[in-house]
Design a protein around this ligand. Structure first.
Ligand code: NI
Length: 256
């Protein structure tokens, strides 16, 4: 089995004591690639350091909507210089979060728009976070459009109708652990219908732990549960699903 965890946060204190073991278990489960995703300047720097030290890890740099207030003057230049690092494969995670509202919404929108434009300028794909902000997020995407380098809607939680519009815009859709939860009928339905060449898998570790370990810390090896669930929904072998999702991830993030 060949898996690509396209979204994880493992350069965090949750893994301080056992990161080597976590990576070993990931390799054991067939995970060949991990995107470690930043959410502010410090975490983006940590992502790059982790990627420098582990050949299976790639970095993404950006400001999460929760951290929009930390995006001070000059943050775009700082991101630009981080993004020049050869291990950086995407800009993100960027987007809107009206569920927790940890930054003022107007500032979230400004920082999201600026980073979308930066990604286009740099020719990098975007990793987009959207929680309870579907309407405004889609409005911004319709206006600014996705750059030619493409992007992914991470931890997808919207409807099949919204997924169809995102697919038409050129997006990949990434599904995380919640698809394994019994009551996730809408997400299961979306996971069944995404075209095979547009589907990505992710853990969003340490969050969103799949069903058998729900409530505990998540880690990249658990992506196997998400893959198994989606393969069974699509009535295909898990190896086949893993292979096509991994090819999709390598194509989007430019991994040879
Ligand atoms: Ni995330």
């Amino acid at each position: 089995m060949l898996l690509y965890d396209t979204h994880a946060h493992i350069a965090e204190e949750e893994y301080e004591l056992d990161l080597e073991k976590v990576l070993e278990r990931a390799r054991g489960a067939g995970v060949a690639y991990i995107n470690n995703v930043g959410y502010n300047l410090e975490s983006s720097n940590r992502a790059i350091t982790l990627a420098e030290n582990n050949s299976m890890v790639y970095a993404s740099v950006g400001f999460h909507p929760h951290n929009a207030t930390e995006a001070g003057p000059g943050y775009l230049d700082e991101l630009k210089s981080l993004a020049a690092h050869p291990r950086v494969v995407a800009l993100g995670e960027i987007g809107l979060d009206y569920y927790r509202d940890l930054s003022p919404r107007e500032l979230q929108r400004k920082v999201f728009r600026e980073q979308l434009s930066l990604a286009r300028e740099l020719g990098l794909p975007v990793i987009i976070h959207d929680r309870e902000a579907h309407g405004e997020l889609m409005g911004i995407l319709r206006e600014l459009r996705l750059g030619p380098a493409g992007g992914v809607m991470h931890c997808y939680s919207g409807s099949w109708e919204m997924a169809q519009e995102l697919l038409a815009m050129g997006f990949y859709i990434s599904i995380a652990g919640p698809v394994t939860y019994q009551n996730a009928s809408r997400l299961k339905d979306v996971a069944r219908q995404i075209p095979p060449d547009r589907l990505l898998l992710e853990t969003d570790a340490p969050y969103l732990t799949p069903a058998p370990h729900r409530g505990k810390r998540n880690e990249p090896s658990y992506i196997a549960y998400t893959a198994a669930e989606i393969a069974s929904l699509r009535e295909i072998e898990v190896e086949e699903l893993a292979k096509s999702c991994t090819e999709n991830g390598r194509r989007l993030f430019g991994i040879a």
